[in-house]
Design a protein around this ligand. Structure first.
Ligand code: GLY
Length: 287
């Protein structure tokens, strides 16, 4: 094994926007972010950026408080269709599952797809691949998700959220992972940005994970646009600031986290809240 060259850095998020109006839930979610940040950081110091971001997003998917994996929001027809992606910055290689059903951890399937020839699979194809590599079919719908869906049918609208993580590992490699149950109550088959590089991007300069209104993230080509600004020489914080200034003009509802190869972290939002936290050695901050 090559000797470590960088101090590992991990930044994670649990979503942005209107899903955190309940203050008790907000406190609980912040505690969870702190716990998962610490577990993820431990993992990052022992493995690599891809394994660490996948591990973090798996833990977030397993927590029914977040709109990813178990507890994801349902589409208009009452079915949960999940999307997740992983990008390995050192190989500039992206993989994703889109609208997969009955799989508890779509991010693990996306990670496995990184090594395949066909790296983005949707719907039944994604499910069949997951089964082929040993995943068991499982209902990801929780009673809370079903209750929210019933309320939506009665006319009560609620916000949704997405989860994600970006890491710089001890060998200087970057990676990003993002997972979502989608916008919630959308037309069946609607495709989430979380399974696309515009919401989940990593190369040798930066890693970025976005959350918020998927259609708007797609319109903005968000993560790729920020990454290009770094390639053009802008520091990561300025790249975030400039991009989000443009987003505000168009009244977008978006948040994003990122970090660069020197371990500088960045975040920005047009929403009131972006639940996130980062850790660099002993330094740690939760928002
Ligand atoms: N960003 C999650 C979604 O809109 O699908």
């Amino acid at each position: 094994m090559k000797p470590p060259i960088a101090r590992p850095v991990l930044i994670i998020h649990g979503g942005a926007g209107g899903a955190f109006q309940d203050q008790r839930r907000l406190r609980r979610v912040r505690k969870t972010i702190r716990r998962i940040l610490n577990l993820g950081y431990q993992k990052l110091s022992e493995t690599n950026a891809v394994d660490a971001v996948t591990y973090v997003v798996r833990l977030l998917e397993d927590d029914p408080d977040f709109n990813a994996g178990t507890g994801s929001m349902l589409q208009e027809d009452g079915r949960a269709r999940l999307s997740a992606s992983v990008m390995d910055g050192s190989r500039m290689r992206f993989a994703a599952v889109i609208n997969i059903e009955k799989i508890k951890n779509p991010v693990l399937v996306a990670q496995a797809l990184l090594e395949e020839k066909s790296r983005v699979l949707a719907g039944n194809g994604a499910f069949r691949f997951a089964q082929k590599i040993g995943f068991k079919a499982q209902d990801t719908r929780t009673s809370r998700a079903i209750e929210r869906w019933k309320k939506w049918k009665r006319g009560t609208r609620q916000g949704s959220d997405t989860v994600g993580a970006c890491a710089l590992d001890p060998f200087g490699h970057l990676a990003a992972a993002t997972s979502s149950g989608g916008r919630g109550f959308e037309f069946p088959g609607r495709v989430s940005d979380s399974g696309m590089p515009i919401a989940n991007f990593a190369d040798d300069k930066c890693a970025i994970s976005a959350t918020g209104n998927g259609e708007e993230i797609i319109d903005e080509g968000l993560a790729v646009r920020i990454a290009q600004r770094l390639r053009d020489g802008l520091p990561i914080r300025k790249a975030f600031q400039r991009t989000f200034r443009e987003l505000r003009v168009r009244k977008r509802s978006i948040g994003a986290i990122g970090l660069d190869r020197n371990g500088n972290v960045a975040q920005a939002k047009t929403t009131a809240i972006l639940i996130h936290g980062w850790r660099k050695g002993k330094r740690r901050t939760i928002f």
